[in-house]
Ligand binder design. Structure first.
Ligand code: ADP
Length: 581
């Protein structure tokens, strides 16, 4: 709650405006039944049609003014609520971008996405209802009761006797129902997750004939959601009809008791109509208060989930030179005796969380040299890259760039060293130019050169609009090879000091791969290249080659040295030569 209020507090002036309008509307709303009673009891008996019309017009004017105030206030409330959600999303996005890899793993991607979407939407809904109702509903309720008492004490007491237990009943039912709705939300998360997995992995699901299995998994999750939804709805369906029943019973009672009292000369008939209207207004206010209560518990659960992210500690501090490790050499890239383990309980069920992903890894690459990394899937190749770019911090060993501990760099300064293509890297739903420039403010010449060097010129300039061609989400309107070349262009653009290509030539044919290698060695001698590859042919010409297996270095040296001294490397080479023959 405090969290939401702190965001609302930033809009103090605008909030006051919306709520003052809403309050003014409520005052007029409260006057309306009173005017009606006055017309019936005082004006009509005078028998002057002109006077009746005059009062009637006055009533219409008050009603119109009320509507105008309500509409203006609601629009202001919607705007404010959207602004709150916008700000929350913005803060979440910025914080997410700063999260360390470890924190990111702990929160998990789907959960961060739902915090940014449905949780911030819950807050928006609540902020909107709160502005519209938090003053209006109690005011109308109390004001209505006072107005009823001011007209007729007996009738008012009867109605209040109905309202109080009804209000309590609705409150307790909601309190019971809310936790059930939270369960529904959790089940819904599961259904959405399975749906997402299946839609994004539809090809592999079909290819491996996993359709039946996936359908069963989905049916089960869907069934659970259906059941918990039914349970929650059964309870939450109670207040509406009960309220209607009480409303109608109350109305009948008012008419009956009212008629008796009018006959006995204790009150005038207009009071019956006035009391009925107030009764209705009060019940609506009770329902509105209840709605605020329901939304509040939903929104505060959402707010907690968002606050968890926003207040999660920045676990990657920038260290002063004194706190850092000193490297034994000042090469551009250096790793010293790194042992690294991914955090346990990170939501990953992969073995990496339990075992060491890297064991005692050391290597050094000078400016202008190059390093190839080869090894089976899961051997720790990508982990090395993530450590160089400080997505994760090592606790045991040291990682150095340009002779300095990576922990001593400002994040932007560190990332500026790198041009990188990751495995499964993303093409954004943007023009090709923006996909390559990526907010770095590169010139057209720089982008153009990168496109040519990435062997992408033929297809890019063959597309309608060339660099202005808009890629679909995840580059769905480009082929695998085209996407890959676009990503390579992104990494080459601006000639980074360290160029990292993580298995990026796998989608290229041999010929393009060979041409790319030639271009890199001719035009990018100043960039220090790190290349992860499945094919020995992609890396055999590089200065150093690191052979990894189960996170361990089982060979390090040039191609020739490894052919000499590393049986495992020789085996890979022979297997691949065999495959090519
Ligand atoms: P490679 O790039 O050689 O395929 P990785 O460096 O991606 O291998 O992974 C090395 C090991 O660490 C694997 O066992 C993998 O499952 C595990 N791993 C990778 N990323 C994570 C992560 N974010 N959380 C937990 N374990 C991970």
């Amino acid at each position: 709650m405090k969290f939401i209020l702190s965001y609302l507090g930033q809009l103090k002036g605008r909030l006051a405006y919306a709520m003052t309008l809403k309050f003014s509307a409520a005052i007029f709303e409260l006057l309306l039944p009173r005017i009606l009673t006055h017309i019936i009891d005082e004006v009509v008996p005078l028998g002057q049609i002109k006077l009746v019309i005059y009062w009637g017009l006055a009533m219409i004017a008050v009603a119109a003014l009320t509507a105008f105030l309500n509409i203006t206030a609601n629009r202001a409330a919607v705007r404010n609520a959207k602004e709150v959600a916008f700000q929350v999303r913005q803060d979440l996005f910025e914080k997410t971008a700063r999260l360390s890899g470890t924190r990111f793993d702990l929160f998990t991607l789907p959960s961060l996405t739902s915090r940014m979407t449905s949780d911030s939407y819950n807050i928006q809904q609540f902020a909107q209802t709160l502005q519209a109702m938090c003053i209006r509903a109690p005011f109308l309720m109390l004001g209505g009761i006072i107005m009823m008492y001011s007209m007729d004490v007996v009738l008012a007491s009867i109605l209040v006797a109905i309202i109080i237990p009804l209000g309590l009943f609705i409150f307790f039912v909601s309190r019971k129902g809310i936790p059930l709705f939270n369960i529904v939300q959790e089940k819904l998360d599961t259904v959405v997750r399975i749906m997402r997995e299946n839609i994004t992995g539809i090809r592999v699901v079909k290819a491996l004939s996993k359709k039946d299995y996936e359908e069963r998994r989905f049916d089960q999750a869907n069934e659970e959601m259906y059941r918990s939804n039914t349970r929650a709805s059964t309870i939450m369906a109670l207040p509406g009809p009960v309220m209607n029943l009480c409303l109608n019973a109350g109305l009948a009672l008012v008419v009956y008791v009212g008629a008796l009292r009018v006959n006995a000369g204790a009150m005038k008939p207009g009071v019956i109509l006035g009391s009925l209207t107030y009764f209705n207004t009060i019940l609506m206010s009770v329902m509105a208060l209840n709605r605020i209560f329901i939304m509040m518990s939903k929104a505060s659960a959402s707010a907690n989930r968002i606050a968890d992210v926003l207040t999660s500690p920045e676990d990657q501090q920038i260290l002063s030179p004194e706190e850092c490790r000193k490297p034994a050499g000042d090469e551009l890239i250096r790793m010293e005796q790194v042992n690294f383990r991914y955090q346990e309980g990170s939501g990953h069920t992969r073995d990496g969380a339990r075992t060491l992903a890297l064991k005692d890894i050391s290597f050094a690459v000078r400016e202008g040299e190059s390093l190839g990394i080869i090894g089976p899937t899961g051997s720790g190749k990508s982990t090395i890259l993530q450590l160089l770019m400080r997505f994760y911090d090592v606790k045991d060993g040291g990682v150095f760039i340009d002779g300095k501990d990576v922990r001593s760099f400002e994040p932007d300064a560190l990332r500026r060293y790198f041009g990188v293509v990751f495995q499964n890297d993303i093409v954004f739903n943007e023009t090709l130019f923006h996909n390559i420039d990526f907010g770095r403010g590169l010139t057209t010449e720089q982008v153009d050169a990168a496109v040519k060097d990435a062997m992408a010129a033929d297809y890019v300039y063959g597309l309608k609009g060339g660099l202005d061609f808009v890629a679909d989400i995840k580059g769905a309107n480009l082929s695998g090879g085209q996407k890959q070349r676009l990503l390579i262009a992104r990494s080459l653009a601006g000639k980074p000091r360290i160029l990292i290509l993580d298995d990026s030539s796998s989608a290229l044919d041999y010929q393009t791969d060979a041409r790319l290698r030639k271009t890199l060695s001719e035009k990018y001698q100043d960039s220090t290249l790190i290349m992860i590859a499945q094919r020995v042919s992609s890396i055999k010409h590089l200065t150093h080659i690191l052979v990894l297996k189960d996170g361990e270095c089982i060979g390090y040296g040039s191609h020739e040295e490894l052919m000499e001294g590393c049986q495992y490397y020789r085996d890979i080479c022979e297997a691949q030569m065999g495959a090519m023959e």
